[in-house]
Write a protein that binds this ligand. Structure first.
Ligand SMILES: Nc1ncnc2c1ncn2[C@@H]1O[C@H](COP(=O)(O)OP(=O)(O)OP(=O)(O)O)[C@@H](O)[C@H]1O
Ligand SMILES: [Mg+2]
Length: 334
């Protein structure tokens, strides 16, 4: 039997809905549940997961082997050599500038191959390339318990390859402004994508994120939490200070709190240091929400066996224990 594993794309239609932040925190959450985790960064833009985790030293070198070369079946080395490991133990296939030219490179490949094989362009399986690489060629299911992708929502070919390969979405949504999606809109989009790709796409859950204290924000959150259309296991508050510090800590929100990273002004310059952050209850509560969310995805959506307890070891502070509730899950006989 094929083993149970987590495969999910953190997807949002619009930019800046905290996708990268959420992908990083989920990846570390799964790792701390005892799983082997791989994250694939498909976003070539600055401020991506690769820079958050401080990997991808060769991302600007066109000569260097990178994921695009492997997706297009022209590798320049071993697939395993693409993988780097973050300080928190999460494996990462970093972004590369070539991801920005993915579609034009893909078109060239399609022109060449359709010419050689005498098939029409429409018949070419352009959205199945990543699937073939990850599961058929590299058989990553043998090595990992969780594979996550942080896509670039604007790059259709790469986004569709990501969704085709992983099949399940987690959708962070941001209250108000451009980030808001109507409830119908999201379902419709998942349906449309499924039809376009001729596959079944699952929506694990929707996560209202950046929810502030205003009435409008609360109403928005309630609207999501009270629907039966999809699961909303948690909402994440507006936590700019905590999440922004991840970029200094080069890691998850768990790391920020445990190492107590703080950014502040000193002698008219912004500095970031370990060991200085306060440990407010609201930030512990946010970590607890992230833990619940990772727990929901692991157990409710994917039925994977995980360690439900997280012990945070906070520098010069002590430990905090978090646990998610597995009682809602029916026992599965082996
Ligand atoms: N819950 C939150 N509340 C407030 N700010 C947040 C929250 N989560 C993340 N942020 C901050 O918002 C900014 C954008 O987040 P992030 O990069 O994760 O968004 P994104 O959806 O990946 O953006 P893009 O579409 O450009 O890839 C970052 O500075 C991040 O620290
Ligand atoms: Mg991003």
């Amino acid at each position: 039997m094929r083993k149970r594993m987590i495969t999910t794309v953190v997807y949002a239609e619009s930019g800046g809905t905290y996708k990268t932040t959420m992908t990083a925190n989920l990846a570390v959450g799964f790792k701390r549940m005892g799983l082997d985790v791989l994250v694939i960064d498909l976003d070539p833009q600055t401020g991506n997961l690769t820079s958050l985790f401080d990997v991808g030293k060769n991302r600007g070198d066109p000569e260097a082997d990178n994921l695009v070369k492997h997706i297009l079946e022209m590798p320049d080395g071993d697939f395993d050599n693409l993988i780097e490991t973050s300080e928190e133990g999460v494996d990462i296939i970093p972004s590369h500038d070539m991801l920005g030219d993915f579609t034009s490179n893909l078109e060239q490949k399609i022109s060449y191959e359709t010419g050689m094989k005498g098939i029409s362009r429409d018949e070419y399986p352009r959205f199945e390339l990543l699937y073939n690489l990850l599961w058929e060629q590299e058989q990553l299911n043998e090595e990992y318990d969780a594979v996550l992708i942080d896509p670039n929502a604007r790059a259709e070919d790469l986004l569709y390859n990501a969704i085709y390969a992983l099949r399940t979405l987690v959708a962070p949504v941001k209250p108000a402004g451009k980030g808001s999606l109507s409830l119908d809109g999201l379902e419709e989009m998942v349906g449309n994508m499924g039809t376009a790709l001729d596959i079944e796409i699952g929506l694990s859950c929707v996560v209202p994120s950046g929810v502030g204290q205003t009435n409008a924000h609360r109403q928005y959150r309630d609207q999501f939490e009270n629907t039966d259309a999809f699961a909303t296991p948690v909402s994440i508050g507006s936590r700019e200070s905590l999440m922004d510090a991840m970029w200094e800590a080069r890691g998850s929100a768990f790391k920020v709190v445990e190492e107590r990273w703080k950014t502040y002004e000193e002698d008219e310059e912004m500095v970031s240091k370990k060991g200085e952050r306060r440990v407010p209850d609201r930030e512990l509560e946010t970590l607890d929400k992230l833990w619940q969310l990772a727990g929901f995805i692991a157990t409710e959506t994917f039925d994977v066996d995980v360690d439900d307890k997280l012990v945070l070891d906070i520098d010069d502070y002590g430990t905090e224990t978090m646990q998610f509730d597995l009682t809602a899950k029916p026992e599965v006989a082996d």
